[in-house]
Design a protein around this ligand. Sequence first.
Ligand code: TRP
Length: 338
Amino acid sequence: MQKVLLTGDRPSGQLHLGHYVGSLRNRITLQNSGEYDCFVMIADIQALTDNFKNPAAVRENVFEVACDYLAVGLDPQKTTLCIQSLIPALAELTMYYMNLVTVARLQRNPTVKTEIQSKDFGSGVPTGFLVYPISQAADITFCKAHVVPVGEDQLPMIEQTREIVRSFNSIYGEVLVEPEALIPTDENSRRLPGITGNDTKMSKSLNNGIYLADDADTLRAKVRQMYTDPGHLKVSDPGKIEGNTVFTYLDVFGTDTAQIAELKEQYQRGGLGDVKVKDYLFEVLDELLAPIRARRAEYAADPAQVYQILKQGTERANEVASATLSEVRAAMKIDYFS
Ligand code: TRP
């Protein structure tokens, strides 16, 4: 039997190259490997836990993320794309799982802790936010996912899910599947720095991102702004490639390794200007992004098609969820009328 794979994102706006390198690219590979029954969930309920006052933004972000997914090559024939809030079984599972997790355990969750510190919750942490790891356990278990590809920051969520599964199965019987996290081994999936360099990751709040939706002129302008070696003033000066964002990107996105090695050598020796290297990087990125951008524009111009794809995926997710829920209810002896 094929293994079930589930992953997802809190929709927080358009996706950028950091997302592409960190997860999207890997999801496409996994999808196309044919080894898994793949689910990708747009976690809008989770997004609402810290954006409940901005429902319009969350709704917009769901659409943007869906366009990005389809543009990079998530294929609705192979991957079930679904919307969290339209799978009511998740809310029900979350409620049952809540009994299995202490408040103290949630407060100790490292990811939740860091997020609470970085967000301004003012008068206090909403209950919905504190319990989102339990809701995430419902996301992962509704389809009995074996594998969850995630970044390191999500490991505490997978661990939390595993604890819930073990607890559930030991109390009610073996119904749920204990998932494994799948951390990409590709070293290029490490965090991509933003265009301003300085070890900051690409993120919306830092305004240092290159987005899949960026047009060619925007891309060129962003590449031109990229952080290089501040000591490399004249073309003839020797330049540093360590910490030089342009070369970091070439290592990640470039395919012509001989050419890149040559550029590095020239740059370090002196005699190669930043603009030349940047123009080369632009070509490399544009080759990757041009087809993605074109597909994205088609989807963005046809919301009905995008929503139809999401609707079909969500329908399938609901069928799978109902089957799991029946087993859960039977195991918990609350299947009164069946
Ligand atoms: N917590 C994830 C994030 O912040 C999103 C998410 C929700 C998720 N449900 C999931 C990830 C299930 C993997 C599996 O992006």
